[in-house]
Write a protein that binds this ligand. Structure first.
Ligand code: KIV
Length: 303
């Protein structure tokens, strides 16, 4: 018998948020209604379940996991198989949010056919409901859309272009590059993308794009005028080990909480204060007496 992870399948989360499935069309509807979209990255079962229960609309299994979970220096090293592994874990937890998987560097930079084959793996093998790809790739966006795979585009500061950009630099800061970004955004939207992440661009540029596009913009370091916002889970909770970027707001200090809880546990083990008698299992009284009797000198020989 398998026990349900969601006993009783309630119709609302523990925080009382109705479990009405967020879909790609629902994101478009939210834009039309002027309802802000909340998005967050997550990489494993427990964190994504917490995010889903808190009512986050879109959960992205971001390739940022290369850095915040796997400890790489940038996002380039993470593989399709690693991303699939984490997406499956998140899939097991998420009931309400739209589940988007990030296509990692190298998985869509060759032919459109290769990109399509890798995207299909995210839907088929890991249960993603959409994939995210960085950069202006309208041909790929069109092919994925025709293959029934919803696409989230990602323009501006695209971390997979780290080496071309010469570092993590705010993009579209000149009139010429703003025009290029606008053309790219329209091309991605016209090719069928359902939403567009805008990262590391001036607020004014994000505001213009948000007003011009019919698809939802989701900002990270792009100011408050986007249709939605996304943060990296570990940034939001101070679970990182580097200074935060300007756009990060810490909503909690899980790093301090975890460090102090673990330190407390270590101290308790060292002074033999953990576990207590109440935290231990006990032999039933009669078995204890039987054991005492068996252990009396000569008891076993007599028997
Ligand atoms: O990988 C990631 O976390 C992302 C978000 C920052 C948008 O791409």
């Amino acid at each position: 018998m398998t026990l349900s992870r969601f006993p009783g399948s309630p119709s609302s989360t523990p925080l009382g948020i109705p479990i009405t499935k967020v879909t790609m069309p629902a994101l478009a509807e939210m834009k039309r209604e002027g309802k802000p979209i909340s998005a967050l990255t997550a990489y494993d079962y427990s964190s994504s379940r917490l995010a889903d229960e808190a009512g986050i609309d879109l959960i992205l299994v971001g390739d940022s996991l290369a850095m915040v979970v796997l400890g790489h220096e940038n996002t380039l090293a993470v593989t399709v198989d690693e991303m699939l592994h984490h997406t499956r874990a998140v899939r097991r937890a998420v009931r309400r949010a739209l589940l988007v998987a990030d296509m990692p560097f190298g998985s869509y930079h060759g032919t459109v056919a290769e990109g399509l084959a890798n995207a299909i793996r995210f839907v088929k093998e890991a249960g993603a409901e959409a994939v995210k790809i960085e950069g202006p790739r309208p041909d790929l966006v069109r092919a994925l859309t025709e293959a029934e795979i919803p696409v989230v585009g990602h323009l501006g500061l695209t971390p997979q272009s780290l080496h071309r950009m010469g570092g993590y630099r705010v993009q579209a800061r000149t009139a010429e590059t703003v025009l290029q970004l606008k053309a790219d955004a329209h091309a991605v939207a016209d090719a069928g993308a359902g939403a567009l992440v805008l990262e590391g661009i001036p607020r004014e540029v994000a505001a213009v794009l948000t007003a011009e596009l019919t698809i939802s913009t989701i900002g990270i370091g792009a100011g408050p005028d986007c249709d939605g916002q996304i943060l990296v889970f570990h940034d939001l909770l101070n679970l990182t080990f580097a200074p935060a970027a300007k756009f990060v707001r810490r909503y909690g200090d899980a790093g301090a909480l975890i460090r102090s809880a673990i330190e407390h546990y270590r101290e308790d083990v060292e002074r033999r204060a953990f576990p207590s008698d109440e935290e231990s299992y006990h032999l039933p009284e009669e078995e204890r007496r039987a054991l005492d009797a068996l252990q009396k000198p000569g008891a076993l020989r007599k028997a």
